[in-house]
Design a protein around this ligand. Structure first.
Ligand SMILES: [Zn+2]
Ligand SMILES: [Zn+2]
Length: 128
């Protein structure tokens, strides 16, 4: 039985192969990618931000973000492109979190380790 799923783009039921989008949406997405790409590869547009690209091409922000995440739009070539940090929404160019949130997460994780060792320690004291 092929697996039916709702397309992430239009919500239509379709047989999922590898992408969460149906064929229509994928075709549409390719077209929009071309629009974005032919806009931004022009010398005078290379410094555009995602918002500027979105306003100039009318392409969905989420899609532009996705292409940056996938590396189809390279931030090495288009230095002002970026996508929002998953936690605070600040613009970032790699990973899922900004510097600030990443550090905070590391601190939280270290904190958990400390809590763990304290619990273990207490456990030990209790048993001895
Ligand atoms: Zn679709
Ligand atoms: Zn952040």
């Amino acid at each position: 039985m092929p697996e039916l799923e709702n397309c992430k783009g239009c919500g239509k039921l379709f047989v999922r192969v590898s992408s969460p989008y149906c064929r229509d949406c994928l075709n549409e997405q390719e077209k929009q990618f071309d629009t974005v790409y032919s806009y931004i590869r022009k010398q005078e547009n290379r410094m555009s931000t995602v918002t500027q690209v979105h306003e100039a091409t009318d392409v969905d922000l989420d899609w532009i973000y996705q292409w940056i995440r996938e590396g189809r739009l390279k931030t090495a070539v288009f230095p002002n492109l970026g996508y929002p940090c998953r936690s605070c929404g600040r613009t970032i160019q790699n990973g899922t979190l900004c510097e600030h949130c990443r550090k905070k997460l590391e601190r939280d994780m270290q904190q958990e380790h400390i809590d763990d060792s304290q619990t273990n320690f207490k456990g030990k004291t209790y048993h001895t």
